[in-house]
Design a protein around this ligand. Structure first.
Ligand code: ARG
Length: 458
């Protein structure tokens, strides 16, 4: 197939080389950004007197038509083209004749592709932000629903202290809030325009890069042309942020999977977000959560692939950089799907208050509170800790719980024990007494919920 870049060579290449070289299969999704960028480029060329206004008007009109035709399906994208940039320019030239050939004045595909990806990913960040906000809202609402549902809090996956399910869920809301902040930060750094860096060294034409940057919604321009065309930090940064986001979803998934097991029975997922087994009739599998956990590895892989591609590249553009797109597109597609399914899964998830409470009662998770009771009666903490531990050992030996021991038994261990000890080790009291900021008391959790709602205008 003859190439637009035929000249130094006759432009005829082997089919296998074309297939290997071309990126249109995956960069065609940037057609809108490519066309918008080209329209502003044509306007700038006329504004600076590099081409006539008449030519610019023809180019912009032609590009508008191409955009409309692609959107309506009238103009199918030709997969035999090398990339989306070549496709648009080729159609433009077919339709306008020689005027079409003027569009590529004072630019290169190197700054063009760098521009398109930034514009495309900027839009994706905005969409991911909306989806992450929706998920944070769903988690926060669930937390509100269960702000007084007692469950065991764990360390080392051993029952540690009583908390509420609302408190546990709000931990994830805080993670998601940080994810949103990271995305906003990434967008800020991404939002500088590389167009006008040209192939690598800038241009001899008297262009106005700020004119283009402003009209395309950028906050400024890339200040070094070599960097402008070879920088893919913003892809790596976005994928790092997405990897962290996926790590959060994956930890959450892991807990949901555990909680929905018969061993825990803390939550029940809605039928709409589970699957059955083809052989075992009793099964209700948390496939969505498992897939989110699984796809986390895939997003990490996307990040690693790009970092590895970039690590040995000399300045400026190298064709290796074409590999940026499949990784970053896969990462954003995967994350968007995961966020949507996760939001539905969390919103419809039901917690089993009785089972959570039962689990909390069985694990001596009020042993710290029993020790604190003695400390408040004047015993040094270490001594109180020891007595509490001995009472736990006694319970284990007698197969009972702290709440069920007789007052006389308590007094054999310390004369400081009085009837009010039962009140002090009541699980709801244990929770309610943890009023420190960020703690598990209903009031503290309500404050966390209010903070997140305010931060996200929910
Ligand atoms: N398809 C190419 C890419 O994605 C566009 C840039 C090509 N530039 C070049 N000098 N061959 O990177």
């Amino acid at each position: 197939m003859a190439k637009m870049w035929a000249g130094r060579t006759d432009g005829t290449t082997e089919k296998i080389a074309d297939d290997f070289n071309s990126s249109i299969r995956f960069d065609c999704r940037m057609y809108e950004q490519d066309i918008q960028g080209s329209m502003v480029h044509a306007a700038m060329l006329a504004y600076k007197g590099i081409i006539s206004q008449e030519d610019a008007d023809a180019l912009i009109g032609g590009l508008e038509e191409i955009l409309a035709d692609i959107q309506s399906g009238k103009l199918p994208i030709d997969m035999n083209c090398e990339d989306i940039h070549m496709f648009v320019e080729q159609v433009l030239t077919e339709r306008l004749g020689d005027v079409g050939k003027k569009l590529h004045t004072a630019r290169s595909r190197n700054d063009q592709v760098a521009l398109d990806i930034r514009m495309y990913l900027r839009k994706e960040i905005d969409e991911i932000t909306v989806l992450t906000t929706a998920l944070t809202g769903a988690v926060t609402r669930k937390a509100e629903e269960y702000k007084d549902a007692i469950m065991p809090g764990y360390t080392h996956l051993q029952r540690a202290q009583p908390i509420t399910f609302g408190h546990h869920l709000m931990a994830y809301a805080m993670m998601l809030l940080r994810d949103l902040q990271r995305l906003a930060d990434c967008r800020k750094r991404m939002n500088f325009s590389p167009i006008g860096c040209c192939a690598l060294a800038g241009t001899t034409y008297d262009t106005d890069r700020n004119f283009e940057a402003q009209r395309l919604g950028f906050d400024g321009i890339c200040l070094n042309s070599l960097d402008g065309v070879s920088d893919r930090d913003f892809c790596a940064e976005l994928m790092s942020d997405l990897s962290i986001l996926m790590m959060h979803l994956s930890r959450f998934s892991e807990e949901i999977i555990l909680w929905s097991s018969w061993e825990f029975k803390f939550v029940e997922l809605s039928d709409a977000y589970t699957t059955g087994s083809s052989i075992m009739p009793q099964k209700k599998n948390p496939d969505m959560a498992e897939l989110v956990r699984g796809k986390t590895g895939r997003v990490y892989g996307d990040l690693m692939a790009l970092l590895t591609t970039l690590k040995g590249l000399p300045l400026a553009y190298n064709k290796d950089m074409q590999e940026d797109k499949e990784s970053v597109f896969d990462a954003v597609d995967t994350v968007k799907m995961c966020l949507q399914v996760f939001t539905g899964m969390v919103a419809t998830m039901k917690a089993n208050r009785e089972n959570m409470l039962l689990a909390a009662q069985k694990g001596f998770i009020n042993a710290t509170d029993l020790a604190d009771y003695l400390v408040k009666k004047g015993l040094p903490f270490r001594s109180a800790y020891k007595i509490s531990g001995q009472l736990v050992a006694l319970c284990i030996q007698k197969n009972t719980v702290l709440e069920a021991l007789e007052p006389e038994t308590y007094r054999q261990y310390s004369p400081l024990f009085e009837e009010d000890l039962y009140q002090a080790i009541d699980l709801m009291v244990c929770v309610e007494k943890r009023i420190s900021q960020g703690g598990t008391s209903v009031a503290s959790v309500e404050a966390q919920i209010a903070y997140v709602k305010e931060a996200l205008s929910l």
